[in-house]
Design a protein around this ligand. Structure first.
Ligand SMILES: [Zn+2]
Length: 203
């Protein structure tokens, strides 16, 4: 039985954190570089492992590159949506369950973030947590997001947009999965948004 859909979008070929990086001592473990800002660790990241610590960060100069798209995602895991997609959201019952934040340098797009959280079943998936960070206490690598298994969902979720409690990927790439209801998925499909993949989540 399909209980929801996993929505994924294609990458925008850019980083929200910006173009600046700096090298760190190799004995820090992890990568030997991090995102920076004027030669110091980027304020929206953990200085030790480079994971994002501010999911609401917006680079004031950022502009979407793939401008024909309605949904796109940066390499560092920020989802951006078009005015057209925002208008679609405004016709739905879950408009107040998502955050659509303005981009100061790009009025045609918004940073999109589901506010409702759904539990991912890491045990059932066998998700691996590697390289704990002594500073932020999180893991540098969280590997194994698909196929998606959800915890505590017994019946199909019909409407709505959620993010998983876990964030997947390595370092600055880490981001939650976007999980949507079955009717929500059908509406997105009907609207014909491009470069959007919808994969069924089963019980
Ligand atoms: Zn850290």
């Amino acid at each position: 039985m399909v209980i929801a859909y996993h929505l994924s979008v294609h990458d925008d070929g850019a980083h929200m954190l910006g173009p600046d990086t700096f090298r760190v001592p190799r004995d820090a473990g992890f990568y030997d570089w991090r995102f920076g800002c004027e030669g110091v660790p980027h304020p929206a990241t953990c200085a030790t492992c480079g994971r994002k610590t501010d999911a609401e960060f917006i680079n004031p100069g950022f502009r979407v590159r793939k401008r024909s798209r309605d949904l796109t995602v940066t390499y560092d895991g920020f989802v951006l949506v078009s005015l057209r997609f925002r208008n679609f959201c405004e016709t739905t019952s879950w408009i107040h369950d998502v955050e659509l934040a303005a981009l100061p340098n790009d009025p045609a797009y918004f940073r999109f973030r589901p506010l409702r959280v759904i539990e991912f079943d890491a045990e059932r998936r066998g998700t691996r947590f590697e390289e704990p960070c002594p500073e932020c206490g999180k893991f540098f690598n969280v590997v194994g997001a698909t196929p998606v298994w959800l915890r505590n969902v017994r019946e199909p979720i019909v409407d709505g947009v959620f993010r998983t409690d876990l964030e997947f990927g390595s370092g600055h790439e880490q981001s939650p999965l976007i999980i949507i209801g079955t009717e929500t998925a059908a509406a997105i499909k009907d609207f014909g948004f491009e470069k959007v993949d919808l994969k069924p989540v089963r019980l």
